[in-house]
Structures are given as structure tokens and as C-alpha cells.
Design a binder for this molecule. Structure first.
Ligand SMILES: Nc1ncnc2c1ncn2[C@@H]1O[C@H](COP(=O)(O)OP(=O)(O)OP(=O)(O)O)[C@@H](O)[C@H]1O
Ligand SMILES: [Mg+2]
Length: 477
């Protein structure tokens, strides 16, 4: 089932809605509690008046029994009537608080009390009325005092319960805020970290890795990630176009270069042949030999150009094999060891232990290394040190081969051209194809070649090749 996930904005809205509902419920609860407490207080206030009337009524009643003063009885009747009227006037309110039964029993008892006073007032009243009146009065004051006390107790209970509820609600809101804060900050931090890593990958020029990240967006950050992926796709396309344009441009350079490169020795051969023919009769055997030797040198030069040109143009698909990088480097070194000795160059080689394998065309990588060694030898005409280091960075996802010399270094103005075909500073001794062929080979191996140099101090070429991963041949080939 395709369940649509909530966007960040929707998630925030849901969280705010839940909290607002919680706050509204608490407010309603507080409002209702206040209302109940207030109505109970009003009741107490009102009932207090009745209670006072009852107490005064009983005081007059007691006076009557003590002093047999008929005025006291009238006073008791008067106070009882006031209480009766108040009870009747507030019937509705009192029934709502006391309940119908309690209210009725109260009013009936008072009614009987007043009737008993009337009976006592009659001449020759039965003495039983007196004790009846006392009992009724006692019941009335007891009931009213009990009611006031019970309402007080209820108010206390309500206040206690609301305090507990309030504390729990505040804690609830606090923890919900805490949860919301934690949830959103981790969510955002995680997504922003992904965005950061994607932009770093783009910055490193690894557009393809980012371009494939486009997917059904889960939320707003998903949309931004998709936008970055689209940008990477666009950059990848542009890079490809740029590469094509560069290739076309270098084709132009290549053609004029070929014409120029071949033109020189051909011209020389033609002149040599012409001279040879013109002066044939007057030339000594030694001179004739020299002419032929010169022609041979020029032909050799043409052969070298053609061979390098073939390497450059062949676009031969490399034949990939799982190889040990140390073995390839050692083999390449052995091919130039003689030259190193002649040129008085000390070799310093280091191989990191446990190097991962690489998936490469062994011959092509050797060709690259020999190009780099030869360039270094040429740059150290007066002798020097050649450092060859092979290692693998922490992740073991690539193998790095570093070739460092202590030679002349490369001038800043020519540095941007060293990988161009036919760019050479060695005149007729170089074809200027070594580095451009090397660049093409490393590129075909999904690797990188870079250079650091300082005039008068030396140059370091660094080659990075992806390590062989058993389940990911495609990534290596
Ligand atoms: N290690 C180095 N030190 C100084 N300069 C270098 C070094 N490597 C390359 N260069 C410069 O880069 C230029 C191009 O090098 P590249 O290997 O492509 O051609 P080349 O060596 O001149 O000719 P070829 O390799 O065909 O004999 C060189 O002519 C040289 O000026
Ligand atoms: Mg070279």
C-alpha cells in the first residue's frame, strides 16, 4: 500500500494542533472548576445567613425555656420565618446543590418547628410540644452545620484535584514540547547532514553519485534533495558536453600537431636524401654512412611519433584484470632502473602493508607509470631523488600511487598545458604525448591523476585508482 508520508509542515501542524487541543481542554477544565467552586462559595454565603437565623432562632428558644418569656418565643418564630423565606426564595439554587431530598427534609423540619411554636403559644398546650420543639431545633442546626461543613470539604477536594490535574497537564505539555523539539531537531539534523554530504559530493565533482539520488520526495527536504540531484544530473550532462567540446578542440590541436611533428623529420629526411644524391660522388664512405645514420634517426623519430599517436588514438578498451598494485609498480620500476642508475637518481619506494587489489589493464597502468618515471628522470638531469609511494587511504576504497621527484618543477604558465597532446618543452626529444595518453588511460580506469609542483623543488604526480570490490565489478571497470 502506498501510504503518503506527512510533510514536515504537516507534522508541525499536527503537533501544534495536538498541543492546542490539550491547552484548550485544560482551559475548559479550569473554567468549569472555577465555576463549581464559585457556585459552592455562593451557596455557603447564602446558607450561612440561614444558619445564623437558625442559631438566633434557637437562642430565643432557649431563652423562652429558661425565662418563660413569651416574647422570646415570638422572636424564635420570627427568626425561623426569616430562614423559611430565605429557603423558599433560594429553592432552585439550594436544590441544585443540596439535592431535592435534603432540601425537602430541611423545609419540612422548619415547617414543623414553626407549627410547634404556634402550638406552644396556644393556652393549655401539651408539655410534650416543648421537648419536640427542642428536638426539631437541634435537628435543624445540626443539619445546616453539617451541610456547610460538607460543602467546605467538597471545595477543598475540588481544589486539591484541580491542582493535581493542573500539574499533570503542565507536565504533559512540557513533555510533549520536549518530544516535539527532540523529534524535529533529530529529523532536521539527519536530513541536513544528508544534504551536506550530497553538496560535498557535488563539490568533489562526483555528479553521478548525486544524480541517482532522485526519488519520490517524503517531505520538503526530500524536494530540496531532488533539486540537488537534478542539478547534479544537469552538471553531469554539461560536463559530458564540455568533454566533447574539449575533445573536438584537442582534435584540432592533434591534427596540426601531427602535421607539424611529422613534417619536421620528413623535411629532414627529404633534405638529407637530396643532399645525399647531389653530393653522392664527392662523399666519402664515412660521410655516406653519416647521411644514412641521420635518415635512420629521423625515421626512428617518425616511428616513435606514430607509435605514441597510435596509443593516443587507439581508444583501445582496457583488458581489466584483478591485479596487485605493488607488483605493477615494481615491474614498472624495474624497466627504468637502468636509466635511474645512469642519471644518478636515488630511488626511494614505500609500499603500505595490506594494499587492496585493483581491477586494471596491467600494461596500460605500467605505461602510465613509465611515462611518469621518464618525465621525472628528464626533470632531474643533474641527479636527484625519486620517491614512489603506494598506499590506500583509511576506507580502503582506492589505491594511491605517488611519484615525486626533486627535479626542475613546472612553471605555472605551462602547468595548464602539460596534459594537452603534443605539448612538450623537450623540443624534438619529446612528442608531448606521454601525459595526455596517461590521462586518458587513468580516466578509462575511473581513476584520477593530479599534479603538484614547485619550480626548482620538484614535482609530484598522484594517481588514484578504485580498489577492487568483489561484488561491484561495474564500479571498477
Ligand atoms: N616530472 C616533471 N618535471 C618537470 N616537468 C614535467 C614533468 N613531467 C612533465 N613535465 C612537463 O610536461 C611536458 C609534457 O609531458 P609529456 O610527458 O606529456 O611529454 P614529454 O615528456 O615532453 O614527451 P614524451 O613523453 O612524449 O617523450 C613535458 O615536456 C615537461 O615540460
Ligand atoms: Mg613524457
Amino acid at each position: 500500500m502506498n501510504r503518503r508520508k506527512l510533510s514536515i509542515r504537516q507534522k508541525i501542524n499536527v503537533a501544534i494542533f495536538i498541543e492546542a487541543t490539550l491547552i484548550a481542554a485544560i482551559s475548559v477544565f479550569i473554567f468549569l472548576t472555577f465555576k463549581t467552586v464559585l457556585s459552592k462559595l455562593r451557596f455557603i454565603e447564602e446558607f450561612d445567613d440561614i444558619n445564623i437565623s437558625f442559631l438566633e432562632m434557637r437562642k430565643a428558644e432557649k431563652n423562652y425555656f429558661l425565662y418563660h418569656d413569651p416574647d422570646a418565643l415570638t422572636e424564635a418564630y420570627h427568626k425561623g420565618s426569616i430562614a423559611y423565606r430565605t429557603l423558599k426564595r433560594s429553592q432552585e439554587k439550594l436544590t441544585s446543590v443540596l439535592g431535592k431530598d435534603t432540601y425537602n427534609s430541611l423545609i419540612q423540619t422548619l415547617d414543623k418547628y414553626l407549627a410547634t411554636i404556634q402550638n406552644i403559644k396556644k393556652p393549655a398546650a401539651s408539655p410534650e410540644f416543648a421537648s419536640y420543639l427542642r428536638d426539631l431545633g437541634h435537628n435543624l442546626t445540626q443539619l445546616s452545620t453539617h451541610l456547610i461543613k460538607s460543602e467546605h470539604r467538597k471545595i477543598n477536594e475540588i481544589i486539591h484535584q484541580s491542582t493535581v490535574m493542573l500539574i499533570l497537564s503542565i507536565l504533559g505539555i512540557f513533555f510533549s514540547q520536549l518530544f516535539r523539539w527532540h523529534y524535529f531537531s533529530t529529523l532536521l539534523a539527519k536530513k541536513l547532514a544528508k544534504m551536506e554530504s550530497l553538496t560535498h559530493t557535488v563539490a568533489k565533482g562526483q555528479f553521478h553519485e548525486v544524480a541517482v539520488q532522485e526519488s519520490e520526495p517524503e517531505d520538503e527536504i526530500g524536494l530540496v534533495i531532488n533539486a540537488i540531484a537534478k542539478m547534479a544530473q544537469e552538471l553531469e550532462k554539461r560536463e559530458e558536453q564540455l568533454l566533447q567540446a574539449k575533445k573536438l578542440a584537442s582534435l584540432g590541436v592533434l591534427i596540426s600537431g601531427v602535421a607539424h611533428e611529422l613534417g619536421n623529420p620528413l623535411n629532414n629526411i627529404s633534405m638529407l636524401a637530396e643532399g645525399y644524391l647531389s653530393y653522392f660522388d664527392s662523399l666519402s664512405d664515412e660521410e655516406k654512412k653519416q647521411f644514412m645514420k641521420d635518415i635512420q634517426i629521423q625515421t626512428e623519430r617518425i616511428r616513435k611519433i606514430v607509435r605514441n599517436l597510435l596509443d593516443f588514438a587507439r581508444q583501445k578498451k582496457p583488458e581489466f584484470k584483478v591485479c596487485n598494485p605493488k607488483e605493477i609498480v615494481e615491474k614498472s620500476i624495474s624497466l627504468v632502473e637502468n636509466q635511474l642508475r645512469v642519471s644518478k637518481i636515488r630511488l626511494h619506494k614505500t609500499f603500505a602493508p595490506k594494499l587492496p587489489s585493483i581491477y586494471v589493464d596491467e600494461n596500460q597502468i605500467q605505461q602510465v607509470l613509465i611515462n611518469l618515471f621518464t618525465n621525472a628522470i628528464h626533470a632531474m638531469s643533474g641527479g636527484g631523488d625519486l620517491f614512489v609511494d603506494v598506499y590506500s587511504p583509511e576506507l580502503k576504497d582506492k589505491v594511491v600511487i605517488r611519484v615525486k621527484d626533486t627535479g626542475s618543477g613546472i612553471k605555472p604558465e605551462i602547468l595548464p598545458h602539460i596534459f594537452d597532446p603534443f605539448f612538450t618543452t623537450k623540443g624534438t626529444k619529446g612528442t608531448g604525448l606521454g601525459l595526455s595518453v596517461s590521462y586518458g588511460i587513468i580516466k578509462q580506469h575511473n581513476g584520477k591523476i593530479s599534479v603538484e609542483t614547485e619550480v626548482g623543488k620538484g614535482t609530484t604526480f598522484t594517481i588514484e585508482l578504485p580498489a577492487y570490490q568483489e561484488n561491484k565489478e561495474g564500479a571498477n571497470g
